[in-house]
Design a protein around this ligand. Structure first.
Ligand SMILES: CC(C)(COP(=O)(O)OP(=O)(O)OC[C@H]1O[C@@H](n2cnc3c(N)ncnc32)[C@H](O)[C@@H]1OP(=O)(O)O)[C@@H](O)C(=O)NCCC(=O)NCCS
Length: 157
């Protein structure tokens, strides 16, 4: 697959089909679902989705929520069949753009210490490891024991 040819990143509001597709991807990709915490908050947009082509199904998402002056990334995922084409980075950049437009000072997230692919992506976009959170995830579901990195960057570098 080419890199980002014709792909689309867009905010999701009340598009129930897109929401259902994002939820389906969420439960497939993560041992713990990441999206439910995103909804019920009055701070749109809380979810951006990626489509490989305009009008096609959702193949990626990034979920967001606000905590004081920090925009938290709750979940970032791309369908395995569409990885390494730039969608993960494009979703992350959409989240960073949204943080700047909405005046957040920082953007933060938690990522499993064993998730090398995601850590490389986050570091390449300016995130730094701020703290190691022991047992943050369920150790039964994460082979490396469930530790997470808290990663943070300023919304504007
Ligand atoms: C992490 C994830 C979202 C990346 O999505 P993606 O669409 O494949 O990412 P991109 O194609 O935009 O790649 C961005 C960069 O991430 C890094 N990267 C992505 N996958 C990688 C891998 N398997 N190994 C090493 N580096 C990787 C690379 O630096 C890559 O840049 P490059 O392609 O120019 O080398 C995707 O692998 C995923 O959904 N993983 C499962 C869910 C997850 O772990 N989410 C993050 C939890 S906080």
């Amino acid at each position: 697959m080419g890199r980002l040819d014709g792909s689309v990143i867009e905010p999701v509001g009340a598009d129930l089909v897109a929401l259902a597709q994002a939820y389906a991807l969420d439960v497939t990709v993560f041992p713990h679902s990441s999206l439910p915490v995103v909804f019920g908050l009055d701070l749109p947009p809380v979810l951006f989705v990626a489509r490989a082509e305009r009008g096609g199904p959702v193949v990626g998402f990034v979920g967001l929520r606000a905590k004081d002056d920090v925009l938290e990334i709750c979940g970032l995922a791309v369908d395995p069949a569409h990885r390494r084409t730039g969608l993960g980075r494009a979703l992350l950049k959409a989240a960073l753009r949204s943080a700047r437009q909405r005046g957040f000072a920082r953007v933060a997230l938690q990522v499993s210490t064993g998730n090398a692919a995601a850590i490389v992506l986050y570091e390449s976009e300016g995130f730094r490891r701020a703290a190691r959170l022991a047992g943050f995830y369920s150790p039964q579901r994460f082979p490396d024991g469930g530790d997470a990195w808290r990663m943070v960057r300023r919304a504007r570098l």
